[in-house]
Design a protein around this ligand. Structure first.
Ligand code: GLA
Length: 403
């Protein structure tokens, strides 16, 4: 796949911009999150891994400040030309804004000279599927800029630059999980990341006789959807009420630690002691998801390290239930895929992955049951929604690199 995608992007590059000069190619992966959903903006843990597919870039530096962009995936857009000195945040929401946003964030961070470029992009992450095609594009561009202009950014810095671009240039208020997973990916490992401190551990993904199967609903989700920002606001609201309670009852056990900065600083026991202060039942459910999901993620990593894959699967299922009922970010398409999976012997665990409202489920399935799962879930899905879902085999891949 890598060679094919690289060749495709290079061939299109030659067609659009000519073949002379110093042309370099780069790759950065998409990601799948195994557990720890909607915890990354609540100071909690996440457990994603990078995928073996992602975004490819071919680039040639120019002598002027002109930026020319085109994409194999959006041929109708042709060549989009702009000046790197006049990049304006929040000016458009097309795929080009992710590229421009990273250049803008890098220009803001370095005094080194960055020139214009001719860039061709191509990707094999399905767009809008919740597999972080945008984060992989951001990380690929950040990595490419660091290499081309000798900026010496660490992969962690590249992740933060990507998040800044997405937050402040594109205008999507995402957390750090997607960019971190793409920038820090490691083959055969998932990343146990504390989003509060950015401390992380690589955990070997030894799934024995099981595989990671991704089921794409083919129902595009959009993080621009106001629902994502609503959830963030609801979590801040819960945090405010909890801190007000801790101030009002300074003698309570929880207050001894002072204010909390994020919901996931509370463990389940602490939360049960303070939750009465949250008056709105919806806000209460949102906060409960954040706290319990963080706990599930910590537990999931422990059981996986102990080799108990069945326990890991049960936590994945519980994560889906919490996202469906407490956080309300699932949808009938995701529910059907996860709930069907739960009925099939040999399915270890199954849940929605990513922001929700569409996109994909991730399942861990015994190799001997994969065909049966795909047949049953595929048929049920077509019957219910009138179109097909798509199954993709997942695996943990490496982070960004020059090809
Ligand atoms: C999207 C965001 C991430 C994270 C997930 C939900 O993928 O980009 O930062 O919040 O949703 O876990």
């Amino acid at each position: 796949m890598t060679e094919y995608m690289k060749d495709t992007v290079l061939a299109e590059f030659f067609d659009n911009y000519g073949s002379g000069g110093d042309i370099a190619c780069y790759f950065a992966p998409g990601r799948i999150n195994l557990i720890g959903e909607h915890t990354d903006y609540n100071g909690g843990h996440v457990f994603p891994c990078a995928l073996p597919f992602g975004t490819y870039i071919a680039v040639r530096r120019r002598d002027d400040a002109v930026l020319r962009l085109s994409s194999v995936n959006f041929p109708k857009d042709g060549i989009i030309t702009t000046d790197i000195r006049s990049l304006t945040p929040l000016s458009d929401s097309s795929w080009t804004s992710y590229v421009k946003g990273v250049i803008w964030a890098v220009l803001d961070r370095t005094d080194s000279e960055i020139t214009g470029m001719d860039i061709m992009i191509g990707g094999d992450v399905p767009a809008g599927a919740g597999l972080s095609s945008s984060a992989s594009l951001e990380v690929a561009v950040g990595y490419m800029l660091s290499d081309q202009f000798g900026l010496g950014f660490s992969n962690q810095e590249i992740a933060l630059i990507g998040q800044r671009a997405e937050n402040d240039f594109v205008g999507v208020n995402c957390g750090i999980m997607d960019q971190f997973a793409s920038a820090m990916g490691k083959e055969d490992h998932a990343i146990f990341l504390d989003t509060n401190t950015l401390e992380y551990d690589y955990v070997p993904l030894s799934l024995k006789d099981c595989s990671i199967i991704i089921a794409n609903t083919n129902k595009p989700h959009s993080l621009n959807d106001s629902a994502y920002n609503d959830r963030r606001r609801e979590c801040s609201e819960a945090l405010k009420e909890i801190n007000a309670f801790l101030h009002a009852y300074p003698d309570s056990d929880e207050a001894s630690a002072g204010d909390i900065d994020a919901l996931c600083q509370l463990n389940q026991e602490d939360f049960d002691r303070v939750k009465e202060c949250i008056t709105d039942p919806v806000i209460l459910r949102r906060a409960r998801h954040a706290v319990t999901e963080n706990q599930r993620t910590e537990d999931a990593v422990k059981v996986l390290q102990a080799g108990d894959i069945d326990a890991f699967g049960k936590l994945m299922n519980a994560s889906h239930v919490s996202l469906r009922d407490d956080y309300e970010v699932s949808c009938p398409e995701l529910d059907l895929l996860a709930e069907t999976a739960w009925t099939i012997p040999g399915v270890i665990g199954s849940r929605m992955t990513g922001g929700g409202f569409g996109g994909c489920t991730v399942s861990i399935i015994k190799n001997s049951s994969v065909d049966e799962y795909e047949k049953i879930a595929g048929e049920k899905y077509r019957e219910a929604f009138g179109y097909d879902c798509t199954f993709i085999r997942g695996a943990a891949g490496d982070g960004p690199r020059r090809l």
